[in-house]
Design a protein around this ligand. Structure first.
Ligand code: ADP
Length: 398
């Protein structure tokens, strides 16, 4: 039995989950918010009880120390050395790591060197790693990257048809995101289907606030919908997804805005919220759609259409598809989105789902009918567990 800490450090937050491995059970989880700001708060969920209280955390190192003190106080740990490894969610590794890695000085330098590609996340992720290294200097720290799983894409999928030197000088290419989730659900889907991943053609659909699809052929990503940044691909809660890039210059001139301002609108005020200003939450949009709101209905249809556009293209590119896997908030819990997408895939691809089974929310389940030419699965994602598994593997903990 080993205790592994899975960490997601943001600029002012630290999300954590302590897992018992290899049993894969969550011991305690929580979030420290407002780190370095006026009123930091620690939220802890332990043995079914949630507790939230103000705390001292002027920086991430203090937050980590506080978290570890709480684990001792609550007698979850007797000694900090009981933590066998710490796994960190890191946004970007550029083209450097096709797998998770032990965060030695070289790996830290790499993450630092590609901060331009993830300016909001990489520096914050590094702050978390440095803080844990300071407090637990002898414990292995593993980095699990959002982009690594997609690095198997062939050049014809990841390159943009722009001047080649943009790639050489600035790393302009498709990276893709949600890699930890796509990897986790593809592995779970293979287990469920009782076949090695190396024999399967899968499309994984991570549809949450952020949304992306991945085409995974024989265990390797061959295409994905997000690009240089998470803005690309599907319409999402607040992001536009793919648009004609000439819209940016056009709207800058029409609305007298800067490129940065338009970029911000495309990231934060588009997608669901661009059509339904009251909310970017899928449940609110479904309620508005049911009440007859035409624009909520339209953006939801646009999102389904776009999902189907990509599934069709991935199907052709992989030369078939054994299973379509839905995951993340909407993918796991919205029967309407799944039903709409699958209905649109019926005629061309013979996808057929059982509408009763499709009512499932947040559970692993096959929702296709026995006649369906493609299996359709709902697989709850679990990025923390993927991080803990990789920490065990890379940290050689056994
Ligand atoms: P994030 O990208 O922030 O991790 P999540 O994967 O948690 O997002 O997904 C959040 C989305 O899932 C929200 O749009 C939310 O409305 C949607 N969602 C959660 N529960 C349901 C539900 N029961 N029915 C439909 N949508 C849901």
């Amino acid at each position: 039995m080993y205790k592994i800490m899975a960490v997601n450090a943001g600029s002012s937050s630290l999300k954590f989950q302590l897992l018992e491995m290899p049993e894969e059970e969550v011991i305690v989880e929580g979030l420290i918010e407002m780190i370095g700001l006026a009123n930091p708060v620690i939220n802890v969920k332990y043995q079914g009880e949630k507790e939230s209280k103000p705390c001292q955390a002027k920086d991430h190192a203090e937050a980590v120390q506080l978290l570890l003190n709480v684990l001792i106080e609550k007698k979850i740990l007797k000694d900090l050395n009981e933590i066998s490894g710490v796994g960190h969610r890191i946004l970007h590794c550029g083209e450097k790591f096709t797998d998770s890695v032990v965060m030695d000085d070289y790996a830290i330098d790499v993450v630092d060197s590609v901060s331009d590609l993830g300016p909001l996340h990489n520096p914050a992720n590094l702050t978390g790693i440095r803080a844990f290294k300071k407090v637990l200097p002898n414990t292995v720290q593993v980095g699990v990257f959002d982009t690594s799983f997609h690095l198997t894409m062939p050049d014809e999928s990841y390159m943009y048809a722009v001047p080649y030197e943009w790639y050489e000088k600035h790393g302009v290419r498709k990276y893709g995101f949600h890699g930890t989730s796509h990897k986790f659900v593809s592995q779970e889907a293979a287990k469920f289907l009782g076949k090695p991943l190396e024999e399967l053609k899968l499309v994984t659909a991570h549809i949450g606030n952020g949304a992306s699809l991945a085409a995974i052929k024989y265990g390797k990503v061959v295409d994905t919908t997000m690009g240089l940044t998470p803005l690309d691909g599907l319409p999402m809660g607040t992001r536009s997804g793919t648009i004609d890039p000439a819209i940016i210059d056009f709207i800058c001139r029409k609305e007298n805005l800067t490129v940065q301002e338009v970029n911000n609108i495309l990231n934060k005020k588009s997608g669901y919220i661009g059509f339904y200003p009251e909310s970017s939450d899928a449940r609110a949009l479904r309620a508005a759609q049911a009440a007859g709101d035409a624009k909520a209905d339209l953006i939801l249809r646009m999102q389904s259409k776009k999902i189907v556009d990509y599934v069709g293209s991935f199907y052709a590119y992989m030369g078939g598809m054994d299973a379509l896997v839905f995951t993340a908030g909407i993918g796991e819990k919205s029967p309407q989105t799944r039903a709409d997408v699958c209905a649109r895939l019926k005629e061309a691809f013979g996808v057929e789902i059982d509408l009763e089974k499709n009512e499932i929310k947040g559970e692993l389940m096959e929702i296709s009918t026995p006649n369906s030419k493609v299996k359709v699965l709902v697989v709850p994602t679990n990025e923390e567990l993927m991080i803990a598994r990789d920490t065990m593997r890379l940290g050689n903990i056994k």
